[in-house]
Design a protein around this ligand. Sequence first.
Ligand SMILES: Cc1cc2nc3c(=O)[nH]c(=O)nc-3n(C[C@H](O)[C@H](O)[C@H](O)COP(=O)(O)OP(=O)(O)OC[C@H]3O[C@@H](n4cnc5c(N)ncnc54)[C@H](O)[C@@H]3O)c2cc1C
Length: 345
Amino acid sequence: MTENAPLAPLTTLRLGGPARRLVTAHTDQEVIAAVQAADAVGEPLLVIGGGSNLVIGDAGFDGTVLRIATTGSTLDGTVLELAAGEVWADAVATVVLEHGLAGIEFLAGIPGSAGATPVQNVGAYGQEVSQTITEVVAYDRRAGELVTLTNAECGFSYRHSRFKAEPDRWVVLRVRFGLEDHGGLSTPIRYPEVARHYGVEAGGRVEVAAAWNAVLELRAGKGMVLDETDHDTWSAGSFFTNPVLTPEQYQAFLARLDGRQAPAYPAPDGATKTSAAWLIDHAGFRKGYGSGPATLSTKHTLALTNRGRATTADLLSLAREIRAGVHAAFGVELVNEPVMVGVEL
Ligand SMILES: Cc1cc2nc3c(=O)[nH]c(=O)nc-3n(C[C@H](O)[C@H](O)[C@H](O)COP(=O)(O)OP(=O)(O)OC[C@H]3O[C@@H](n4cnc5c(N)ncnc54)[C@H](O)[C@@H]3O)c2cc1C
């Protein structure tokens, strides 16, 4: 346990003030003991994994930060179980490259821990963990007991889950996935950019290792694979979620396009999902926008980055400017994807 521990080095944005106390847990028992100790005295608790989806305020966190560093993975046929602290990108690489299994190959290179993947239903290139997660073993702080939640009980939707909706209730300990064995082939390619990369039709399959590799190449080109020497990756990934518009909101949006074609994908309940990156770009915020210590990535309009000396206040001021600019141009309210700690957008 460390008192007054700097949190910035534990986040991919390298931002945020100190924690009053930092505890690192290496076993499930240590996780549960730390949570129970905090809950017993009403101490504020922040659970973190790889810190890749966190915006922590400059004042830090006045409570206990619990860093989950548990390890362990088992693969029984196509059933994969990962301890929450396992590094997600390494686990994906292992099942794809060593076992030729499919189901999470398009989620290659996403930073952070396995235990955080159900929290925002991590997704990329047409795949989401909700498609393969079968069960999540979690500590329920409200009931004070271990529970196993089925996929349906996780309440997954686009970049959302029950864990994100009730952040002070759940601590994820283990995640179980049902992978697929297609004899070394990938699941059908849903994302046009990946299909184009292989010259196959959307819905086609390629070698699973090739799919994994293509995703890593595409991600690296957008600064979406961590590289500590590249400030374009000092981010929390996509800063805003893609807006999901009701039919009325979508009609109002179309009326403001003046003949321009914005991306549009069908979403549940008759809604339409459009692209936050497109909106930001067409509102006039190009790649690299910003002259201060926080700017847009030079490789991707959706990543807000720390160029080395930024504060969280700098980052939020850029985020607010972009949100206001998009609203003024298109009437659409952007919503942040990373979790805010002690600050609001
Ligand atoms: C360069 C880059 C690219 C990215 N690309 C993608 C992408 O393609 N798709 C995508 O979906 N995301 C992406 N992200 C966001 C991020 O990687 C994911 O959200 C990831 O799952 C966060 O994992 P983490 O361990 O770093 O979580 P943290 O940032 O440490 O925590 C995030 C949230 O999860 C909670 N949490 C963490 N662990 C647990 C646990 N064991 N139990 C309960 N709650 C927990 C925290 O309290 C916090 O609310 C990207 C981020 C970066 C920096």
